[in-house]
Design a protein around this ligand. Structure first.
Ligand code: URA
Length: 434
């Protein structure tokens, strides 16, 4: 087999078979096929797409490139939740304890923030002492004891995805639906899950800017799961404005904690409850989704989810008191207010710009190896649809160094649009797939 022939066939829109896909995935992972040929192949996939069969084969090959976790010794249904990435998306910190408090086993293997989007690991690590670098034995025993453990991806799981993702990043081939679907699903399916709930974000702050693309991605991931005999459900949710009010690691932990105390923002609470309910239902804790919704809500209102998160924080070396004594979390030293020059209704808050402003102050990273500042970020003071006066504070920037703050303030100012007309209300949960 020759790689050049595979590139040519994909370029001409043909379907590659199982052996051909294994050939290039394994060859590339072992370093036997050069970057320039795989770059060309990825670009051909970007333009010509992949059939469902191809995308499933690619996912299987990527899973086969590394280790898979065996969680069969832990009784109970294992269900994870994954978001395709957004701004202010701290739902994992709320959803995972709500589901675990209901009896679902939640092996939460999360990523770090990249670009304008945040990552669960960075948020959790803003809690003093919290460790995510547990051994697999520690992971399994915490799962058996508490039903929830948060860890990072191991280098040994899906190494093919690690290599391919780095290459996609520098060849403008990240935004390909089959490549994103296989990348996410290979990592998730290697976790030894029984079921998975996906939150596919759509809008300015998401990978997918159009609902039709988000739908295609959701359908593809649900299809991959089905062909592997796993239950997968996807919610397509709006990411045109940040979720909740807080953007930035420690700030998001505070908001997640308030939400688990049933004092969180309406949008964040609603989405978290729905995602938790889907996990509880797929985890076979309740016979119907309606009962799962009631159980998720009960675990929020009676504080069981909040107590579960505290137990998990303590088990992973963190200080659980940080969830109610916010002064124990890293704190910013300066605050810069951004006010509205005019009165009216907030009609747009460009989520990507808010995420980029937060990254500029140090909350996120442009490259994987960059360090982040857990204390900094943005707190919105108004959301889309709210009526404001001229001079009202739109948001506050929390910083630890002056560098980049003015630029971030300008970016945030541009992110807010204020109009005379009240904008139409936008649905938060747009579709359910699977
Ligand atoms: N997240 C992933 O894990 N992979 C992608 O390709 C995009 C988002």
């Amino acid at each position: 087999m020759r790689t050049v022939d595979l590139i040519q066939r994909k370029r001409d829109g043909e379907e590659l078979d199982k052996e051909e896909i294994s050939y290039w995935v394994d060859g590339y992972t072992r370093g036997e096929i050069p970057d320039y040929q795989i770059s060309a192949l990825l670009m051909a996939v970007f333009f010509k797409g992949m059939t469902d069969r191809e995308v499933s084969r690619l996912t299987e090959c990527m899973i086969g490139s590394g280790e898979t976790l065996d969680l069969s010794s832990i009784p109970g249904v294992k269900v994870d939740k994954h978001s395709t990435g957004g701004v202010g998306d701290k739902t994992s910190l709320i959803v995972a304890p709500l589901a675990a408090a209901a009896g679902v086993i939640v092996p939460m293997i999360s990523g770090r923030g990249l670009g304008h989007t945040g990552g669960t690991l960075d948020k959790l690590e803003s809690i003093p002492g919290f460790r995510t670098d547990l051994t697999l034995d520690q992971f399994r025993s915490q799962l058996a004891e508490l039903g929830l453990c948060f860890i990072g991806q191991s280098e040994e799981v899906t190494p093919a995805d690690g290599k391919l993702y780095s290459l996609r990043d520098v060849t403008a081939t990240v935004e390909s639906v089959p490549l994103i679907a296989s990348s996410i699903m290979s990592k998730k399916m290697a976790e030894g899950l029984d079921a998975l709930v996906l939150d596919v974000k759509v809008g300015t702050g998401a990978f997918m800017k159009k609902q039709v693309d988000a739908r295609r991605l959701a359908q593809m991931m649900v299809g991959i799961g089905r062909r592997m005999d796993k239950k997968v459900q996807a919610l397509i949710t709006d990411m045109n404005q940040p979720l909740g009010y807080a953007v930035g690691n420690a700030l998001e932990v505070m908001e997640a904690s308030q939400t688990l105390m049933n004092q969180g923002p309406a949008d964040l609470t609603r989405l978290s409850l729905e995602l938790a309910a889907r996990m509880i239902f797929l985890g076979k804790i309740t016979p119907t989704l309606e009962e799962a919704r009631a159980l998720a809500e009960k675990n929020l209102v009676d504080g069981s989810g909040y107590r579960k998160l505290k137990q998990v924080i303590e088990a992973q070396g963190g200080n659980p008191q940080a969830l109610d004594k916010f002064e124990l979390l890293p704190n910013a030293i300066g605050v810069r207010e951004v006010s509205s020059p005019r009165a009216g209704y907030v009609s747009v808050i460009n989520a990507e710009d808010i995420g980029r402003a937060s990254t500029l102050m140090g909350a996120g990273r442009d490259r994987k190896e960059d360090a982040i500042d857990p204390a900094v970020g943005v707190i919105l003071e108004a959301k889309v649809g709210e009526k404001i006066d001229a001079g009202s504070v739109l948001c506050r920037l929390y910083y630890t160094r002056e560098e980049g703050v003015e630029e971030a303030a300008e970016m945030v100012e541009d992110a807010f649009h204020v109009s005379a007309q009240k904008p139409d209300e936008r649905e938060l949960i747009l579709e359910v797939v699977g």
